[in-house]
Design a protein around this ligand. Structure first.
Ligand code: GLN
Ligand code: ZN
Length: 770
């Protein structure tokens, strides 16, 4: 390609695709339920695409290729999978008569069938978005099996919008893949690069034929440390972009690298013939002058506006970064650091938020304005002067606003000593707890939530609308708690839970009850597929003005002689699933949340609660992408948990819960939490985790899950006994607990009851053999 078209001066790396009112969620779920046909789904999808394109155009993305073609029915990694034909053999033949993977095949890969497990899901870098993991083996047969990316481009073009199609790049795609079941051990998906590249070349040529001027190939895996040796990745990057840029018919290529600095791979990409390179110019330091010099001749797309958090951009700081890039003599365009799919659409929707708070925020639509302003700055610094000045003054007003810094909170944090982070030695606690709780061997418990029934949801909705009084709502929730407690008594559980009916969400519930947070009404962000979450906004110093969970826990405890678990969400998880203030280190914010939880624990103890669980399912999620940054993270995150829980008396049993099993890398950190009992997911991986526990010499209580709650399937008694049999071979019986993998809120009552019955029966069976 000789004369490359100019890259748009202002663009976004990606835009939310779920729709301003979650229209895509509604449409795909209706399609799955058989309520609408494919044509109706297609109409809804086109409407969302077009509404987004129009909006971006109106907000100032008027240049060709400025609007990212990032619409997806489910997931961008699945899109790549269906375009290159990478269907695992276990799915059988999914291609239709035309040799294509149509929408039915697409959703089969995403959701599985009665017999076939769907593709596994895992976190997309350090976000709370989950992608579907490709499975690649020596036999995977690559070819172009979908034309959707081309059709979506043509559709937008026919409506007057020349978008910039998006594909996950080949190196990231293979690095994110796992070896398929039939692959020999040690097989690396990256070894299939030569077979994948021709398929990308074919897609490039189809896009060029359709009139696409630019294509965005997303390569975030290049900013994260990988298990594959760096030299292999460098070779793969060099080879990929040599092949792709040599294609005769192709759009100009932008390689995007969100989520951090490229470091060692910048020179590799710089040496290729790609036309534009996006760098994350928000997070961390800019590349050195020497590195920047390597980029001469390419457009540098500077991601100076944060795509991953919601704070209004410090335009003066961004302008300084752009100046540095310009001073290096580079051709500079402006964009976001990551796709804005990780933030909600529009602050203007949140009219219930205090106006002052709203003025500090920028969601996707406001970020467009910032990018456009900064692009104007690159062309003519004077043109942006007043916008920069007003951003600076808003940021200053935020720093000085009431509630952002609370002297009492700051003084309390400053006065902390190491004692505040440490409990008595475990044997002392163990003895005190044995006396206080008097539990049988292999105690049974659940993780916290019970099924959230239609009645619970509707009661909450009615309470929010004012259709029922707060007293009525409380009464309904207490009735539900009583049902859940009675059921556990009847099933024969040893440590009970209240079932969490009063919680809409395990983080938002706490955010609504703590100072320093606000919550949105329309701020939905895609978590995976059609699932969305509504992260809270943590904007100020955190305090607990009143007890949060004590009334519910005390009521539940009053119904039973068995110990009732108090149930809290830990500081790291509260941070991970909220939009968190960016004006101080995360560790400081985490400690503020920890102090609020610490006070809650004191109140729970005073109300007679002897077992308290502090959930930290997100501990693994925030783990930095670069190994060098991980120890510091694990240090503050573990400390915040310890600060939250170390005020508990020796006789109070502190539990924690983590949602995943592959925790080999962070097992030291989990041990460092110093919880008396740790429950983890293990049923899906058939108790693999007990090997890690054994080799690590994990010394306190542990409950590897014996019931996979992610599916409606009921585990039989024999199956649970077998899992327990495996566990007792590796973990001393006196440490072992019996519990499901996770909370039950997404399950129905019928399967839950039967599964829990089997769980208790299996425990009794294994106990009898001890
Ligand atoms: N206590 C929570 C529940 O049971 C834990 C949920 C989670 O780990 N994600 O729902
Ligand atoms: Zn869980």
């Amino acid at each position: 390609m000789s004369n490359s078209p100019a890259f748009p001066s202002a663009s976004l790396l990606g835009y939310p695709r779920i729709g301003r009112r979650r229209e895509l969620k509604k449409a795909v779920e209706a399609f799955w339920a058989g309520k609408i046909d494919e044509a109706a789904l297609d109409t809804a999808a086109k409407e969302i695409q077009l509404t987004g394109a129009r909006r971006l155009f109106d907000l100032g993305l008027g240049e060709a290729a400025a609007i990212p073609g990032t619409f997806s029915y489910y997931d961008q990694v699945l899109d790549a999978t269906t375009h290159i034909g990478a269907v695992p053999a276990r799915f059988g033949e999914l291609r239709n008569a035309a040799g294509e993977l149509d929408l039915n095949a697409y959703f089969t890969l995403a959701r599985g069938t009665a017999e076939i497990q769907p593709l596994e899901m895992t976190k997309w870098f350090d976000t709370n978005y989950h992608y579907l993991v490709p499975e690649i083996g020596p036999e995977t047969d690559f070819s172009v099996t979908s034309n959707r990316i081309v059709e979506q481009f043509e559709f937008a073009k026919s409506n007057g919008f020349v978008t910039r199609p998006y594909l996950v790049g080949p190196v990231t795609y293979l690095l994110l893949s796992k070896a398929s079941d039939d692959a020999p051990s040690g097989f690396s998906p990256l070894s299939r690069l030569e077979d994948v590249l021709p398929v990308y070349v074919e897609l490039l040529s189809r896009l060029a034929a359709a009139g696409a001027t630019w294509l965005q190939l997303d390569e975030p895996a290049l900013v994260a440390d990988q298990d594959v040796p760096l030299a292999d990745i460098q070779a793969a990057v060099a080879r990929s972009y040599e092949v792709l840029t040599a294609a005769t018919e192709r759009p100009a290529i932008l390689v995007s690298t969100p989520f951090g600095a490229l470091s060692e791979l910048l020179p590799t990409l710089a040496a290729t013939n790609i036309e534009a390179l996006h760098i994350d110019a928000f997070k961390g330091a800019l590349p050195s002058a020497g590195e920047l010099a390597l980029l001469a001749g390419k457009t540098v797309v500077a991601g100076v506006v944060d795509g991953h958090n919601i704070w209004r951009n410090d335009l003066a700081a961004s302008a300084a970064r752009l100046d540095a890039l310009k001073a290096a003599g580079l051709d500079v365009a402006v964009s976001t650091s990551t796709s804005t799919q990780h933030v909600p659409h529009d602050v203007e929707e949140e009219t219930q938020l205090p106006a002052e708070l709203r003025s500090w925020l920028a969601f996707a639509d406001q970020k467009v304005g910032e990018v456009v302003t900064l692009a104007a700055y690159v062309g003519d610094p004077a043109s942006a002067a007043s916008a920069i000045a007003s951003a600076t003054s808003v940021i200053a007003s935020r720093a000085a606003a009431a509630g952002v810094r609370r002297p009492r909170v700051r003084a309390r944090l400053a006065a902390l000593t190491t004692d505040d982070f440490n409990r008595s030695a475990y044997p002392v606690r163990e003895a005190a707890q044995e006396k206080a709780l008097d539990l049988p061997p292999l105690p049974t418990t659940t993780i916290g939530s019970f099924p959230q029934t239609g009645e619970i949801r509707s009661a909450r909705a009615r309470a929010n609308k004012g259709a029922i009084t707060a007293e009525d709502y409380t009464r309904l929730m207490k009735e539900e708690i009583k049902r859940v407690v009675d059921l556990q008594e009847e099933l024969g559980f040893d440590v009970l839970v209240h079932g969490e009916p009063e919680r809409n969400d395990m983080v938002q519930y706490f955010a609504e009850n703590l100072e320093g947070f606000d919550v949105t009404v329309h701020g939905w962000v895609q978590s995976y597929g059609s699932r969305c979450t509504r992260p809270s906004i943590l904007w100020g110093d955190v305090t607990r003005e009143k007890a949060i969970t004590v009334e519910w826990a005390a009521y539940a405890q009053s119904l039973t002689a068995k110990p009732m678990k108090g149930m809290l969400t830990g500081p790291v998880t509260i941070l991970a699933w909220s939009f968190v203030r960016d004006d101080q280190p995360l560790g400081e914010t985490a400690n503020q949340v920890a102090l609020a939880l610490r006070d809650e624990i004191t109140d729970l103890e005073a109300a007679g609660i002897k077992v308290i669980q502090v959930d930290e399912p997100a501990l693994r999620e925030l783990l930095p992408l670069r190994r060098a940054d991980q120890p510091a993270y694990l240090d503050w995150s573990v400390n915040s948990f310890r600060l939250a829980t170390a005020g508990a008396a020796d006789g109070t049993q502190v539990h924690t819960h983590l949602c995943y099993s592959e925790f080999g890398v962070i097992i030291d950190a989990i041990d460092g939490l110093d919880a008396d009992v740790t429950s983890i997911e293990a049923a899906r991986s058939r108790m693999e985790v007990v090997n890690d526990l054994e080799s690590h010499g994990f010394g306190r209580g542990v409950g590897p899950g014996v019931y996979d709650i992610h599916s409606p399937r009921v585990p039989g008694q024999a199956e649970v006994s077998e899992l327990l049999g495996t566990a007792v071979k590796h973990v001393p019986v006196r440490q072992l607990w019996v519990n499901p993998d996770c909370g039950l809120k997404t399950r129905g009552y019928a399967e839950t009851e039967e599964s829990l019955r089997n769980l208790v029966a299996a425990t009794r069976e294994v106990r009898a053999q001890l």
